[in-house]
Design a protein around this ligand. Structure first.
Ligand code: SAM
Length: 251
């Protein structure tokens, strides 16, 4: 039974990561973006970029740190046959579970913090979405007393954890550690440093098949393929839109 009021309440439950994502298209008939307060971090533009470069048809997707489910629901709309969603924040997982039941979408919801060590129990996947989670190591999950050097090693392990679990890994990460702008993961906060970090981390295991970079064209943000010009840091776009999107393919 459709219960928009319940969904609105669940969406509005606060956490430090609440009001982050837009309402996915399939939920719009029962919950509009006007009904809620949402910050949005280029979900639509990120998904458009993925659809340009990946085929979701018939694929099994894992959405790690799926928040309020934008990418889970949109993956199904793009043709995915199955979505597994893992989210540490209870309120967000409850929202996605309730919403998927109400509109009868096949999303398997796990409310837990993935520790990037244990088996998930749903392997293998065709595509794993690891969007903006690993820089929260030592904050949302993992050892809070770890050093930044060790944390970066662990983040590299988090990427490679998926090596035997998926053909394609989509990765995006932040420039600051533990959400603290004084703790830079890369000395100069540049895309090039992050790209070098990911190249070293994957250590020839994965092929970096695409790197998407946000560009502002007119009023719009569009993710374009990395080139000599867009690799520069665009301070005017803010930190989030300077985060590259990596599409990694198993070699
Ligand atoms: C910054 S938000 C990004 C949300 C979404 N992936 C995106 O990019 O739009 C990070 C989300 O991951 C969740 N999270 C952080 N660490 C996690 C972990 N180890 N396992 C599952 N969820 C995690 C947080 O609760 C939060 O909802």
């Amino acid at each position: 039974m459709i219960d928009s009021k319940k969904l609105k309440e669940l969406y509005s439950k606060t956490s430090k990561h609440s009001n982050y994502q837009l309402i996915p298209n399939s939920l719009k008939p029962i919950l509009s973006n006007k009904d809620i307060v949402v910050k949005t971090r280029q979900e639509l533009e990120r998904m458009n970029y993925l659809k340009e470069h990946l085929n979701f048809e018939g694929k099994k997707i894992l959405d790690v740190g799926g928040n309020t489910g934008y990418f889970s629901f949109e993956s199904l709309d793009a043709g995915a046959s199955e979505v597994v969603y893992i989210e540490g924040t209870k309120a967000h997982a409850e929202f996605v579970k309730e919403a998927s039941i109400q509109i009868n979408k096949k999303i398997k919801v796990y409310n837990k913090y993935l520790n990037f060590k244990e088996q998930i129990g749903e392997e293998p996947f065709d595509i794993v979405l690891l969007f903006n989670v690993i820089h929260h190591l030592g904050d949302d999950y993992g050892d809070k007393n770890i050093s930044i050097i060790k944390a970066k090693e662990e983040m590299a392990n988090c990427i490679n954890y998926f090596y035997d679990k998926t053909d394609i890994l989509v990765l995006q990460m932040g420039f600051c550690w533990q959400g603290d702008i004084t703790k830079l993961l890369f000395e100069n906060g540049t895309k090039s440093e992050m790209i070098d970090f990911v190249k070293q981390a994957v250590n020839n295991k994965w092929e970096i098949s695409e790197i998407g970079i946000a560009e502002e064209i007119g009023e719009k943000t569009i993710y374009k393929v990395l080139n000599d010009s867009n690799v520069k840091r665009f301070d005017e776009l803010g930190e989030f839109r300077n985060r590259p999107i990596f599409i990694l393919k198993k070699k």
